[in-house]
Design a protein around this ligand. Structure first.
Ligand code: FBP
Length: 553
């Protein structure tokens, strides 16, 4: 294989482990801290998860441990969207497993949870895995979004586990995939199948977090990759002085990525969906805010700027929220007839006839591209696929309309040349930053320790991430403690609650304190490319979000 110089150099990188994991494996003991409940809907969740509900937080400490040292077989699945560092989770898991017993084996299921259901696997030997250490992507075994839901899927998953003689299954995924992990752990207990299930917090979206999961892996690298690109665009905008760049950023519902990128790059405007929802801002009010900045900058001769838009924005604007929830119910009930409609016009009338008056009026007023994107299939977990809705184009069209009105009234005299961008897939498979390379390796190693301690239904937790890795505390928490009941595909479902941006949190407050200035001045900040080799303060620095959240900024 003709590999790049960087890839070759990254093979030599040795990820750093928290001290408790770096020593002798027989000296890792488990300290059980407080018992947990669920975030909300406790009674319902206790009934759904009789075996898993109410377990205690587990921390690894130095002491006389009882980690299994017999040969184990562990299965691993990469689930959902790619996130930088997934390969290092597998490397850490494999190294832990082999340290426990050289005869142990790691089995990778191909193509996500579907690979478990259909028993499509490959043995992940040290030789095979070597080519993937410290690299981006999930291509070692591939990923998928199958939701294990039906009785048949559960039975087939159990049959695979039994046929493969698995002692444990590690599911590397986001909120929906870890919901799958909790369901499987419960099912295996009910069916007396001696296979434990461990989850690993993955997602560039950064929305799988709480007191114990301080960050999901991949967020660091993805946000830094987008920040590099945004900084480059800012420098180009300030050089050419003729374009307004509307940049939509991946991240699904939560605005963590946009906020982190705003803190890194200081654009003129960065929208935060959670604030839009809290202030019940309409689409026209958001447009007004953008146009106020465009007009103020034009007054100063600056007909250029940069706007950051979280990809999930549309779901948080109250009038769209109502429309989307009605569309979700409608698609669940009338999917077949909508798909069978003879043409766009017939489809439009089936949809608008079934919506409330307000939702139908909004739906009809949308540009046809956006209207079509809103009724595309939901993902297997019932989520609207916001990565496929061109919100930046909608905002550009709204701004053009409003600026034309302002020009006619004499309140705007500038010129407006907008350019739309979407940064998403570019950041999901980058070479993991040192932070993600270390964090993921520690997550994988910890997943082994949890599995070899017979814990099931736990997700790995590493705390102290705003500090150097020699201060990290590893362990796990029960997945059910992160769950609530939500409406999906027109039904109530037990799912992990997404952690959205906290408007009282330090990252948002830090941005809010500077944004008035940013909207009228040019105060861009250029983070440049991720650095893999060099001084620690340059290469190992965590995100601004983590530093601010833990008082380190
Ligand atoms: P996960 O929740 O699976 O980590 O998804 C991450 C993500 O990149 C979202 O930010 C994005 O909206 C979505 O995946 C895109 O999905 P797909 O890869 O199916 O196009």
């Amino acid at each position: 294989m003709d590999i790049s110089v960087l890839q070759q150099s990254r093979y030599g990188y040795k990820p750093k482990l928290p001290p408790v994991l770096a020593g002798n494996i027989d000296d890792i003991a488990i300290d059980f801290e407080q018992k947990t409940a669920a975030l909300e809907d406790s009674d319902k969740l206790a009934a759904i998860f009789p075996y898993s509900y109410g377990k205690a937080v587990a921390s690894f400490v130095k002491g006389k441990g009882k980690i299994r040292r017999d040969a184990m077989r562990i299965g691993v699945i990469l689930s959902g969207g790619q996130a930088p560092g997934g390969h290092n989770v597998i490397a850490g898991l494999l190294d832990g497993l082999k340290t426990g017993n050289q005869a142990s084996s790691l089995i990778g299921f191909r193509g996500g949870p579907g690979g478990l259901v259909d028993n499509k696997s490959i043995e992940l030997s040290p030789e095979f895995t070597a080519a993937y250490r410290n690299t981006g992507g999930f291509d070692i075994i591939g990923s998928g979004r199958t939701k294990i839901e039906s009785r048949e899927q559960f039975e087939k998953s159990a049959a695979t586990v039994v046929a493969q003689k698995l002692d444990a299954l590690v599911i590397i995924g986001g909120d929906d995939s870890n919901t799958n992990a909790a369901m499987l752990a419960e099912y295996f207990k009910q069916e007396k199948i001696p296979c434990t299930v461990i989850g690993v917090p993955k997602t560039i979206d950064g929305d799988l977090k709480n007191e114990f999961i301080e960050a999901s892996f991949g967020f660091d690298t993805a946000a830094k990759t987008y920040s590099e690109l945004i900084g480059n665009i800012e420098r180009d905008a300030a050089s050419a002085k003729k374009y307004w760049h509307f940049i939509r950023l991946m991240g699904r519902s939560a605005s963590h990525i946009s906020l982190e990128c705003a803190l890194q790059t200081r654009p003129n405007i960065a929208l935060v969906s959670e604030e839009v929802e809290a202030k019940k801002q309409t689409l026209s009010e958001i447009t007004e805010e953008i146009c106020a900045s465009i007009a103020a900058r034009a007054e100063k001769g600056m007909n250029f700027g940069v706007v950051l838009i979280p990809e999930g924005l549309i779901e948080f604007i109250p009038e769209f929220k109502l429309l989307i929830s009605e569309l979700n119910e409608l698609l669940a009930a009338k999917e077949a007839s909508i798909k069978k409609a003879a043409n766009d016009e017939a489809r439009m009338s089936i949809i608008t006839d079934s919506l409330s008056k307000a939702a139908a009026a909004l739906y009809k007023s949308l540009p046809s591209g956006i209207a079509k994107q809103l009724v595309k299939d939901r993902d297997p977990h019932g989520n609207v696929m916001v990565s496929q809705i061109d919100t930046e184009k909608l905002l550009i069209a709204m701004a053009e309309k409003r600026l034309a009105e302002m020009k006619a009234q004499g309140s705007y005299k500038g010129s407006f040349s907008p350019l739309g961008h979407f940064f998403g897939y570019e950041g999901r498979s980058a070479f993991p930053s040192n932070f993600d390379a270390d964090y993921c390796y520690a997550l994988g190693y910890s997943a082994f320790v949890l599995a070899a301690s017979y814990l099931s239904g736990y997700i790995v937790s590493i705390r102290g991430l705003a500090f150097p890795s020699n201060k990290w505390i590893a362990g796990g928490i029960p997945i059910v403690s992160m769950m609530n009941i939500e409406r999906r595909h027109g039904k109530d479902k037990a799912v992990i609650k997404k952690a959205l941006v906290d408007l009282d949190g330090a990252p948002f407050k830090a941005f809010a304190a500077m944004r008035q200035n940013l909207s009228t001045e040019t105060l861009y900040r250029f983070p440049g490319a991720i650095q893999y080799f060099g001084p620690s303060e340059l290469c190992d620095r965590p995100t601004e979000t983590l530093l601010l959240e833990h008082g380190q900024q």
